[in-house]
Design a protein around this ligand. Structure first.
Ligand code: C2E
Ligand code: MG
Ligand code: MG
Ligand code: MG
Length: 289
């Protein structure tokens, strides 16, 4: 009967659930150690001016050097850090490290390199405390605020819009710039977009991936670029994997880009060598006469 079948099912699934629970507990334990012992590091992905091919700076991307598992990508632990209430602490470390290193590189190379840092909605939800963190990190590292961009998620444009708006203005008053990450995947209404003090739209990778095989996506990407420009924003494309995508985007007057074709995320030392070499990562696009 049904009851018995249900019980059987329960018994059959129990070991799997226990295993998931055990794995989760182990992950949480490992993350506590990681925070205490500083097992995190950053990779830096080049940010490129699409027309000239010039290196403008980087996006800092979090990695976890697990003693047994090796390098763990953020998808596997960011949400857990958020749920454990540890993301603010780790997020502060990310910002501190990224700003410190970028200030040093800028000094060494005599140019104002930019750095973009991803901000969890939970960091943003701290309100004044988050603004204070940004202010403190800028003061501690000496990075000019104009060189720091904070990447916010599209969802913030919807939730508690009054508070979000005020907070964005406070951050902008510090001199930092704001980007909306993964733009086009969330549910931001265009009306909201107009009222928020955002400097940059980062078009989500999914739109770029489909540029070649799906020409109608060119129309979509062009619309986003126009929208951004008409609102006085810069537009960045993420996930550029081919030379063709790069030139298509440059043709659409998309300002800047990131992606495996332009440069993969690399460890600090590798990015430093890249900077030192002074070589353009990709050639300039020569405008047809
Ligand atoms: P994101 O901010 O949208 O970062 C872009 C992601 O796309 C990165 O993955 C990057 O390695 C990957 N990517 C870049 N170019 C290409 C490409 O051409 N093709 C493909 N297939 N992928 C590309 P990653 O480093 O694994 O980070 C994933 C996400 O984790 C980030 O997405 C961001 O949302 C989050 N994240 C990373 N670091 C932090 C952090 O310090 N704090 C917070 N709160 N979130 C972070
Ligand atoms: Mg990002
Ligand atoms: Mg993104
Ligand atoms: Mg993305």
């Amino acid at each position: 009967n049904a009851k018995r079948a249900g019980r059987g099912k329960h018994l059959r699934y129990a070991p799997a659930m226990q295993e998931a629970q055990r794995a989760r507990l182990e992950l949480e334990g490992d993350l506590r150690v990681a925070v205490a012992e500083g097992q995190f590091l950053l990779h830096y992905q080049p940010l490129i001016d699409l027309a000239s091919g010039q290196l403008l700076g980087s996006e800092a991307l979090l990695r976890w050097q697990h003693p047994q598992r090796g390098l763990v990508p953020p998808i596997e632990f960011i949400t857990v850090l958020e749920e454990m209430g540890l993301i603010a602490e780790v997020g502060r470390w990310v910002m501190q490290r990224a700003c410190c290193v970028t200030a040093r590189w800028s000094h060494e190379h005599g140019r104002a390199l930019k750095v973009a840092v991803n901000v969890s909605p939970l960091q943003f939800a701290q309100g004044e405390a988050f603004v204070e963190t940004v202010r403190a990190v800028l003061a501690e590292t000496g990075l000019p605020p104009q060189q720091l961009q904070l990447e916010l998620t599209e969802g913030l444009l919807m939730s508690q819009s009054e508070q979000s708006l005020a907070l964005m203005h406070q951050l902008r008053a510090l001199g930092v710039s704001l980007a909306i990450d993964d733009f086009g995947t969330g549910y931001s209404s265009l009306a909201y977009l107009r009222s928020f003090p955002v400097d940059t739209l980062k078009i989500d990778r999914s739109f770029i991936r489909d540029l070649g095989p799906r020409p109608e996506h060119i129309t979509l990407v062009y619309a986003i670029v126009q929208l951004g420009h008409n609102l006085g924003m810069k537009v960045t494309a993420e996930g550029i994997e081919t030379a063709e995508q790069r030139s298509q985007l440059a043709d659409l007057r998309c300002d800047t880009g990131q992606g495996y074709f332009l440069g993969r995320p690399v460890p600090e030392e590798v990015y430093a060598r890249l900077l030192a070499s002074g070589e353009p990562l990709v050639p300039a696009i020569v405008a047809p006469v």
